[in-house]
Design a protein around this ligand. Structure first.
Ligand code: ATP
Length: 635
């Protein structure tokens, strides 16, 4: 076991049953995880730590999970830690008696503010003499509660209060603690701990600490260890709330988790995603032997509408953000469309901008001009229409395991079309290439992006929360025979403009995300597709995010160094002619070629993706897959 009582004594803390977990114990685990890149070793460290927590201090398990994931509440509440660099520098400078400039210089040299804090902290003799005082030792609940407080502080004096709170934590830090504390406050732990790994370890720790498990024969033990992570992962994709899952686990273990935690109106589930394709033949090969349907792929934003039994209606975005205040008009429309005998439901829709005079769809760009906050119905200038495509929950019952054919029938029976306000997506049960081609042409004429092709019957047509499933295929008109899809990339740097672009940035450096290494990998420089007003908007937004040095989690080559770096904060949808192997870009490095990455040829800016966080950008695995698929099925 990694962290035992002796280890804790070494760092001057006891960890006794029933007492709060020392923050040092968590940091020791982080350190161990950071020291290896081997997935199994990482899992071993974390599982062993979770076992300790379950046995000694189960009441801290929830806080521990949040600290491992760098969050302070469920993902769908959208509270970001991400304290700005200058605030952290101020706090570090004051606690260690240095000037902010000194801390900045050190940051430029080391590249990691966590390390800077640790090094400057450990060199401060006068302050470290305060350590050893047991009352001052940090505990997990103390750190977690402070972080939560910091995340929720707002208002004009909040900056000062945040600095004070951070200083209080820093003063009580020792050893490796400042490093992880600062990284957590930055919103990036950077120890290579993906959420899927956390879920696996959590499941396995609950299995091995269960007394029944200890009595099982070896083969049965192995089976339990394989099954448990599947249960937790599937429950989490339906109900992404540790606030609900952890108490249920502590009460009744993993095996009974599904009985306590399932899809619940009011809590957004992770949406099912589609797999890109680039030819009708590829689509037909995949769906062969199945009943399938083709639907228009509307160009708006996803809306997951929840009606709760208490009568409230909410709408969530693709990344689970509560958009109810953004779309008061949608709430009204959907309430009219639901038939009277419906008291609770979860409906998957696309919200699209709509021309009330011409009665047709408007492009996404029009939708994106709508206000996001404090929307008053009377002031809404862009009308929207809802296009429903799936029903996931109805009158107290989850429909996730039902076939799409059944879900669709229930949807048709439970809602009614309302001109200009609510429609079911246009669909056709096509059977051959010609029919699909004709329907695709029709979709494009109607201002849609192309088609979604979905398996209709059998087990494979169940709704798979959070999965990019091959049972849903997207066929985008622009991508036939090409890359197959647009990419959603993070802007990490910019180059000063020339000629008529001197007052704005002229080109940008983009990156994809690699969740395994928790890093952004550069993929291309982009200077095309921007209108003058786009460039102005980007400049005004991004100049606030400038950093003199790149974050250590940006993987780039000197040859592509931009004039300014940014805090990764915005996702852009980008089109490209194709993907190629590159000696200077780092996307998917090691996946297709051992040392070279992949880059985009002729990238073109499409739009800002406000509904995706930087960590939800196209992953390096997807980039590698798009690269490899270029050579298949090209016709
Ligand atoms: P992804 O969601 O696959 O990561 P993305 O966000 O770029 O990629 P798209 O490639 O545009 O999304 O395709 C999926 C999205 O298409 C869905 O999330 C949904 O918002 C939208 N959509 C439009 N019409 C439909 C439909 N008929 N069925 C399902 N989704 C649809």
């Amino acid at each position: 076991r990694l962290v035992d009582q002796k280890d804790m004594k070494d760092v001057g803390a006891d960890w006794k049953k029933g007492e709060p977990v020392p923050y040092a114990a968590l940091c020791k685990t982080f350190e161990a995880i950071d020291s290896t890149t081997k997935r199994l070793e990482i899992q071993e460290y974390l599982t062993s730590f979770f076992e300790h927590v379950i046995e000694l201090s189960p009441e801290n398990l929830l806080e521990i999970l949040y600290l491992c994931l760098n969050r302070v509440c469920p993902e769908y509440e959208n509270v970001e830690l991400g304290i700005g660099e200058s605030l952290l520098i101020k706090a570090i400078a004051e606690v260690t008696g240095r000037t902010p400039q000194k801390v900045k210089d050190e940051l430029a040299r080391v590249g990691d503010l966590g390390k800077v804090a640790k090094d400057s902290k450990n060199s401060q003799k006068s302050i470290s003499s305060m350590f050893g005082n047991r009352d001052k030792l940090l505990t997990v609940p103390k750190v977690f509660n402070s972080m939560k407080k910091i995340a929720f502080l707002s208002g004009h004096s909040s900056q000062d209060l945040k600095v004070k709170e951070i200083q209080n934590l820093l003063i009580s830090c020792r050893g490796e603690e400042p490093k992880f504390l600062i990284r957590s406050l930055e919103g990036k732990l950077r120890i290579g701990l993906a959420e899927q790994t956390v879920l696996i370890c959590l499941a396995q720790a609950f299995v091995v600490t269960d007394n029944e498990y200890k009595k099982l024969p070896k083969a049965k033990k192995a089976e339990e260890l394989t099954e448990a992570p599947k249960i937790i992962k599937s429950v989490y994709s339906e109900l992404p709330s540790y606030d609900l899952i952890v108490p249920a686990l502590l009460k009744d273990g993993v095996r009974n988790l599904r009985e306590h935690c399932r899809l619940t109106p009011g809590i957004p589930l992770k949406p099912m995603l589609a797999h890109p394709t680039k030819s009708i033949t590829e689509v037909l090969d995949r769906v062969e032997g199945h009943k399938f349907t083709c639907e228009f792929k509307y160009d708006g934003e996803r809306g997951q509408v929840h009606k709760l039994e208490d009568g409230t209606t909410k709408i969530f975005s693709r990344n689970l953000e509560d958009n109810t205040v953004k779309f008061p008009d949608v709430i009204e429309k959907i309430s009219k469309a639901a038939k009277p005998n419906i008291d609770s439901y979860v409906l998957d829709c696309e919200v699209v901008a709509w021309d009330l005079e011409k009665h047709n769809l408007l492009p996404f760009q029009v939708l994106s001009t709508r206000k996001r906050k404090d929307v008053k119905e009377a002031e809404i200038k862009v009308s929207v229409c809802l296009f429903a495509f799936d029903l996931l929950y109805l009158n107290g019952e989850s429909l996730l395991k039902r076939s799409l054919e059944e879900r669709r029938k229930l949807m048709y029976d439970s809602f009614q079309k309302i001109e200009d306000e609510f429609f079911f997506v246009q669909s056709m049960n096509a059977t051959n290439t010609e029919e699909i081609q004709a329907f695709l042409d029709e979709s494009v004429k109607a201002n849609c992006e192309g088609l979604m092709i979905k398996i209709l019957d059998g087990l494979e047509s169940s709704y798979e929360p959070s999965k990019r499933s091959r049972n849903w295929l997207k066929l985008k008109k622009d991508y036939l025979g090409g890359v197959g899809d647009t990419l959603d990339l993070v802007v990490v740097g910019a180059f000063y403009g020339r000629g008529k672009r001197t007052k704005v940035y002229g080109a940008f450096l983009l990156a994809c995300y690699d969740p395994e290494n928790e890093e952004y990998q550069t993929i291309c420089k982009i200077g095309t597709g921007f209108s003058d007003s786009d460039l102005e908007t980007h400049f005004n937004y991004l100049k606030e995010k400038e950093m003199s040095e790149p974050r250590s989690y940006i993987n780039y080559d000197k040859a592509t160094k931009p004039d300014v770096w940014f805090e990764p904060c915005q996702v852009w949808e980008v089109k490209a002619a194709d993907l190629s192997i590159s000696p200077i870009y780092k996307a998917a490095v090691g996946r297709v070629d051992t040392s070279k990455g992949i880059s985009l040829r002729f990238p073109r800016f499409n739009k800002i993706r406000d509904d995706k966080k930087p960590e939800e950008a196209t992953t390096s695995e997807q980039v590698a897959e798009l690269f490899q698929n270029q050579y298949n099925n090209n016709e």
